[in-house]
Design a protein. Structure first.
Length: 191
């Protein structure tokens, strides 16, 4: 019996522990993502029909007519694929576009009644044209936000200045080295 249990416990510890650890890490990451998304939505649980999954941007985009559906879904993909290491202001703006502005725009269009559509057309405005225009504004906002990451460039330049100041010999250090080298009979420092 012991001949079976020892190898069994050995293999269970070798293979079972990493699997259990990976499952715990995955569960922890999911909890962190939920905690990060809760403030972005404003609440952690749906309070009413506005916050239901049917009113989320992807669900709303799927209810749009065809050319606008593709545009809205492409915009959602760009928001989802945006680099995570953005400045806090950029990250907040992208979150607002994703969780507030885009769903509000789509919801406004989808909630138009036939009377409201006729009223817009009577005023010389096409509802589909207005939706396209608003989606283009949001797309330009995403483009602008993604180009605003000046902090990363500044950090790289600052690091370069620090390293140059830290490791590049100053003229005073070079003169001291040359004097010490002459005293020892060595060749002076070449530039």
């Amino acid at each position: 019996m012991e001949d079976i249990l020892v190898p069994l416990f050995f293999f269970a510890s070798v293979f079972g522990f990493p699997l259990a650890r990976r499952a715990m890490i995955h569960r922890h990451r999911l909890e962190l993502l939920r905690a990060q998304q809760a403030p972005a939505h404003g609440t952690s649980a749906p309070d009413g029909p506005q916050d239901s999954p049917q009113n989320d941007a992807p669900a709303l985009a799927l209810r749009l007519p065809e050319p606008h559906r593709l545009y809205a879904l492409a915009l959602l993909c760009r928001l989802q694929d945006a680099p995570p290491a953005q400045e806090p202001q950029v990250r907040a703006l992208l979150g607002q576009i994703r969780f507030e502005y885009l769903p509000d725009t789509l919801r406004s269009y989808l909630n138009l009644t036939p009377a409201a559509r006729e009223q817009l057309r009577a005023g010389g405005r096409d509802p589909e044209g207005l939706l396209r225009e608003q989606l283009e504004h949001l797309s330009r906002g995403v483009d602008g936000a993604l180009r605003q990451d000046h902090g990363s460039a500044s950090r790289l330049l600052t690091q370069g200045h620090y390293l140059r100041d830290r490791f590049e010999p100053s003229p005073l250090d070079t003169a001291r080295f040359d004097a010490a080298a002459r005293n020892l009979g060595a060749a002076p420092l070449q530039k």
